[in-house]
Ligand binder design. Structure first.
Ligand SMILES: C=CC1=C(C)c2cc3[nH]c(cc4nc(cc5[nH]c(cc1n2)c(C)c5CCC(=O)O)C(CCC(=O)O)=C4C)c(C)c3C=C
Ligand SMILES: [Fe+2]
Length: 483
């Protein structure tokens, strides 16, 4: 493979990024209806309906939405429900298409790292928030009210921006995510080179530069023949990995080259031994900084999601988070570390119920119960970001100390920890053989949506639109909650 092109990928993308504006792809309605027998229907961008097969993961072929997933989801279809995200559009696999790019030329392997993105400067904060709230996987409106998505995003981003700006100002005037993700990209490339794999590593952010769309354009320009997609979120959520995969799926569906490109998606990787051990290493090391390590409460703080994601849309995030904590604690026990631990969820936004228990409430309770030493462990993300540097290190630390906790510590994010990067490189290598083309075909079969559920959605959608846009009292409550 061409060494020059592979080593310049990240910087090439940087050069073009300033002129790029994101496209807002039409997205699939969030179908929560249960479709017998084993099929779901969803409208695609042209308005025709696609047949979705029953479970989000076909455990035999491990092939979801035409992407080939190299790690079967243990509990992806929680409580027998499904949800409509890019990762979960099973489609028909076309072997002829799959062969096309790989046998034409010399193999060029690409690794696409997906991440959230963050504002580089304070001026970027409002447009970044706009992109975030304009995402139908972040604010999930019923299909009929999708036209409100962008006006609502404009409103919420404008209301939220001053508070967000304060946060970013306190951590140096912008998000460190881009820099850290670029460093991780370089580290993964080098780790793969050490394993005799020459790859180009691309960074695709969901809400800020370099956007996923830019990274994919670069992948096309580089004529990559095989792609591994690696979201930098250990656990899968509709709102993170799901959202990024939706962008990819829309791009891949529309493009002749991309639709033939063999792709493997590493859907979640919190269960990998390398990740679990790397987290345990960090915790073990940080515990040593306390005068009485055995008495320290290990406090896992995960980014929350609204409860409806888990209970209505079948987001596996909560289950995966609990599994993840179990695995890390099991590893610590195997090392003779038997501290107490707690899991709580942080960073809630807006007036809906989020996963509980809430980090701030648990900290107060622990202080009241007499816990004196606490080690905070950010667990849903692998880079330092605003929620670690501002929310945990400043807000939660202050709250904990006020609540009676005397000794506070925080485990750093994994960033470029070598055992972790090495494990991600292994994950890429293991995924490569399962890369398969994504199909663009849609079935002609049609399955009717449940009209009752459709009506219920319509009714509550109207109510939501009314409440959000017309009722001044609730609007004010909403506003106060955001600010
Ligand atoms: C696993 C990680 C994350 C999940 C799940 C997640 C869901 C989620 N987030 C919001 C709203 C906001 N998130 C914001 C920043 C932000 N979110 C994550 C990760 C997850 N989000 C990260 C890493 C970051 C920080 C990026 C950075 O710049 O450092 C923000 C902006 C910051 C702020 O104003 O607080 C918002 C808003 C929702 C609504 C949501 C699930 C629906
Ligand atoms: Fe977030």
């Amino acid at each position: 493979m061409d060494a020059t092109s592979s080593s310049t990928v990240v910087s090439q993308m940087r050069l073009s990024s300033r002129n790029f504006r994101p496209r807002f792809f039409e997205s699939c309605p969030q179908i929560k209806t249960f479709m017998p027998p084993s099929r779901y229907a969803c409208r695609n961008s042209s308005g025709s309906r696609t047949i979705l097969s029953s479970n989000s993961v076909d455990s035999q072929s491990n092939n979801i939405s035409g992407f080939s997933y190299c790690q079967p989801e243990k509990r992806s279809n929680v409580m027998g429900k499904t949800f409509c995200s890019a990762a979960l559009y099973p489609s028909i696999y076309d072997e002829d298409l799959a062969k096309a790019p790989s046998h034409v030329a010399e193999e060029k392997i690409g690794v696409l790292l997906l991440n959230l993105g963050g504002p580089d400067t304070l001026n970027d904060v409002q447009p970044f928030l706009f992109n975030l709230f304009a995402d139908p996987d972040i604010i999930r409106l019923p299909a009929l009210f999708r036209f409100l998505q962008r006006p609502l995003a404009q409103l919420i981003s404008t209301l939220r921006a001053p508070k967000s700006k304060e946060g970013y100002a306190s951590i140096g005037g912008g998000s460190p995510l881009r820099k850290i993700t670029d460093e991780q990209a370089n580290a993964i490339k080098m780790a793969l080179e050490a394993k005799n794999k020459d790859v180009s590593v691309y960074v695709g952010m969901r809400y800020w530069y370099p956007f996923t769309e830019e990274a994919v354009e670069q992948i096309k320009r580089d004529k990559v023949t095989k792609l591994v997609v690696l979201p930098l979120y250990p656990q899968f959520s509709i709102s993170t990995t799901g959202s990024s995969l939706r962008v990819l799926q829309n791009m891949f569906r529309e493009d002749a080259y991309l639709s033939r490109l063999p792709v493997a998606v590493i859907r979640s990787w919190y269960q990998r031994e390398g990740y679990v051990k790397s987290m345990a290493d960090l915790i073990e090391k940080e515990l040593q900084s306390f005068s009485t390590p055995d008495e320290v409460m290990i406090f896992f703080s995960a980014h929350g999601v609204p409860v409806s994601y888990v209970e209505e849309a079948g987001d596996p995030y909560k289950d995966q988070m609990e599994d993840c904590i179990f695995l890390i604690m099991r590893e610590l026990k195997a090392r003779g570390i038997n501290n107490g631990h707690t899991l709580a969820y942080q960073s809630r936004v807006g007036p809906v119920q989020w996963l509980k228990p809430y980090t701030d409430e648990v900290l107060v309770e622990l202080g009241q119960k007499g816990v004196k030493s606490l080690l905070a462990v950010p667990v849903s993300f692998v880079s330092e970001h605003i929620e670690t540097l501002e929310e945990i290190d400043m807000e939660y630390k202050e709250l904990a100390l006020e609540s009676g906790i005397e000794n506070w510590g925080r485990v750093p994010a994994l960033n470029c920890t070598s055992s972790f990067i090495n494990d991600l490189a292994d994950a890429v290598t293991e995924a490569l053989p399962s890369a398969a083309a994504m199909s663009t075909s849609t079935s002609s079969e049609e399955v009717e949506n449940d009209p009752v559920k459709y009506f219920i959605k319509f009714f509550f959608g109207s109510l939501l639109a009314f409440v959000l846009l017309l009722s001044p009292k609730i609007f004010l409550a909403f506003r106060n909650n955001l600010l």
